[in-house]
Ligand binder design. Structure first.
Ligand SMILES: C[S@@+](CC[C@H](N)C(=O)[O-])C[C@H]1O[C@@H](n2cnc3c(N)ncnc32)[C@H](O)[C@@H]1O
Length: 296
């Protein structure tokens, strides 16, 4: 009996990855690459975070995301440029973006409105000059409305317990310092009233900033349990830190980062179509997609 049959699945995997074969280089995969030869066990040094989160893949954190390189491997193996891929659970759009890079048309559905918004923001064709103007315009207006001494709310330590302005939403009141909330709500208000063309992308910048500006410890950003309202010992910085009291710095940082990422994707995207629909895939009559080689 071959030795491998005596091993558990996990032991087999460990044995496979311990052998001499190196993790696959995604762009080396072709239709002829054997599935059995694929070692997808990338280590950080094989596939650093910067590559896994390249261009629009990191417009917003998304916990259940594929590494785009994993998708790339299978698209290269099973699809050819000009064909169409359908992703009925497209999430943050990783498959759609990767397919487009390879010249494959893509059709995605998701039941969650935010995921559809995020995917659309990633795949929209932007007129970059107009986009830059809008991103700068809203930030300028935001600063004008929130940064004069008279419009700034008092320091967070002094402000808790004050009646928060502009919202009676208890979640927002609990999770944001007054100045941060003031800035986020003002940005949202500008977004709703100024008639910007690229609203989806501005909403993504707002959502990303709102996530970072919550009253939470730095090390608990993914799963904060309760609002952190007092200074705390931060083991990341080995010093006492205070939770953030403002949102403007995040809005500024993520605006610049978003523009950069959209510009990077503009360089490598192809002219293939990408369509994203907000729908429950259990009820969608999917269009028939031809020219996919099912034999492979
Ligand atoms: C794990 S995520 C996919 C993530 C994606 N592969 C990525 O890299 O971003 C699964 C997605 O399926 C969506 N979903 C679950 N049930 C669905 C349904 N019935 N119709 C459409 N989408 C659904 C969820 O909203 C979620 O975004």
């Amino acid at each position: 009996m071959p030795e491998r049959l005596l091993l558990t699945n996990e032991e087999t995997r460990i044995a496979l990855y311990s052998e001499a074969n190196q993790p696959i280089v995604p762009h080396s995969v072709t239709a002829d690459t054997l599935l059995e030869s694929l070692n997808l066990n990338w280590r950080e040094k094989d596939l650093p975070e910067k590559q896994r989160t390249k261009h629009v893949h990191r417009l917003h954190p998304y916990l259940g995301k594929f590494a785009p390189q994993l998708v790339e491997v299978f698209l290269r193996k099973y699809f050819a440029p000009g064909q169409t891929i359908l992703d009925p659970f497209c999430g943050s759009g990783t498959t759609l973006v990767q397919a487009n890079e390879l010249g494959i048309a893509a059709l995605g559905y998701d039941i969650a409105a935010f995921n559809v918004l995020l995917t659309r923001a990633k795949v929209t064709h932007y007129l970059l000059e107009d986009l830059c103007k809008e991103v700068r315009d809203i930030l300028g207006k935001l600063r004008a409305k929130t940064q004069q001494p008279s419009s700034q709310l008092s320091f967070w330590e002094l402000s808790f317990g004050d009646k928060l302005q502009e919202t009676d939403n208890s979640y927002l009141q609990q999770w944001y310092a007054p100045q941060a909330l003031h800035e986020l709500l003002t940005y949202r208000n500008l977004l709703e009233t100024e008639g910007y063309h690229y609203q989806d992308l501005l909403k993504v910048i707002l959502a990303r900033s709102a996530r970072s500006a919550r009253l939470t410890t730095l090390f608990d950003l993914d799963f904060p349990q309760k609002p952190q309202r007092k200074p705390y010992w931060c083991y990341k910085h080995s010093r006492e830190c205070i939770p953030t009291t403002e949102a403007l710095k995040f809005l500024e940082r993520y605006s610049a980062d978003t523009l950069q990422r959209v510009k990077e994707f503009a360089v490598c995207r192809t002219a293939q179509t990408i369509l994203v629909q907000h729908a429950d895939s259990r009820e969608v009559a999917f269009p028939l997609v031809h020219d996919v080689d099912q034999a492979r």
